[in-house]
Design a binder for this molecule. Sequence first.
Ligand code: HEM
Length: 477
Amino acid sequence: SKHRLPPGPKPWPIIGNIPHLGKQVHVSLQRFSQLYGPLISLRLGSQLVVIASSPAAAAEILRTHDRLLSARYVATVVPYDTVELDRKAIVWASNCNNDRWKAFRAMFRNQMFSARAIESQAAVRERKVARMVEFLQGKLGEPVKIAELAFAAIFDSLSNLMFSRDCIGFESSSETANRLKSLIWRMMELGTKTNFADYFPVLKKLDPQGLRREMFRLCNELYSVWQPEVKERRERGRPGGAEDFLDIFFENGLDDDQIDWLSLGFLQELFSAGTDTSMATIEWAMAELIRNKGAMDELRDELKTKLSPPLDGKPALIDESVVAQLPYLSAIVKETLRLHPPAPLLLPHRAPETCKVMNYTVPEGTHIVVNVWAISRDPKVWEDDPMSFKPERFIGSSVDFRGQDFEFLPFSAGRRMCPGVSLATRQIPLVLAALVRSFDWSLSDGEDPTELDMSEKFGTTLEKERPLLLVPNRSSL
Ligand code: HEM
């Protein structure tokens, strides 16, 4: 009893609890936590997984034992070994208690995502969003896939911060743009597929589903797109304009391998970590606004009062610093992140040695997960109608996503907390403000908004199962 594991459903021989997971893994894990408690364990094949599903259990992992448990569990689909990842990667660095990792995080904190840097990058994002509005003006009355639109806006804002140019564009007409887009989409898809090699280490080398091999091929293809960019900038210097992330990488002495090491360097990691998470938040927020007319009307009122009116029939440029001060919009973003956290189980952590958590034993090598999706819908934590979209709950509340409030952890907490939080929480409201201020939105086929299908597609990122199609109409504001 001194070495007891956290409780959980009885595993089957060999396959363990794999059949218990189902398709909606976050929901199954929530059900088990309701049956067995806030800290449970499952055996998936031969891999032990411990899941925290309450604010107290999350605080034990991300605060009390943060130093130890902030090691990363590296999914088998990542086609590189941990020694190389520890030298070069950030998201997939398996260990973060070393000077190299700390120096990278300091570079993020002090240079790329500092308050001053975020402020000075605002013009880049404002231009991108203005371009999005221009694109939509040519689509009045036509259905638009919100996720694709948000993907292009976010991806190109990031690519401008990284190396001062667009990569995709809203029209997606060039061959390279299309290739890049389909590569990234496919990588995102592969990253979220169930991989049996994760559960049975003997299969790791064999890669029976071919996921790791395909990821390696995609990484190489991506490398062939970005590597010339990095090489040219290294040789010729910046063409002009403001300092971008590539300059910061060069200044900090990163070599080409670290920046774009077979496309698992910083460029790819930042694009992957920053794009689909923000895209999913924008899609869920628009879906909630369409379904909840009261919230949409309140937001429209706020935007109408605080943002400049159109000039000669053209939407005025939206000022990010004004958007950042809008309380109702900020509450909408928080409420969306509460109900639809883009990373429902965060990214996987790992116990590098055996330890005790809440009086249970967590053996070395355990894969550790925090079910933030379950925590942020728990009626014991969110007493006021937790399943409903009510941005008002955040008005006048001090609960924030900065890693201090363990009932609300969309960006995690502790050492591994998302370093892009300040960027994401500037970018997402800006896109939403531009969409709602510039157009009236409706569903495409006379669908009843209150009946909108809100089913989720589980993966590393929690997306809407049925893509949201909305029609932009001339703004009546
Ligand atoms: C709504 C938007 C976003 C959400 C919800 C989000 C959430 C997260 C979460 C949950 C993690 C894992 C934390 C953990 O392991 O405990 C993470 C890690 C990370 N995020 Fe974000 N993120 C977002 C946007 C961004 C953006 C815009 C960037 C930068 C461009 C970014 C860069 C990263 C990086 C580099 C990591 C890895 C940190 C590490 O392992 O040390 N994220 N993010």
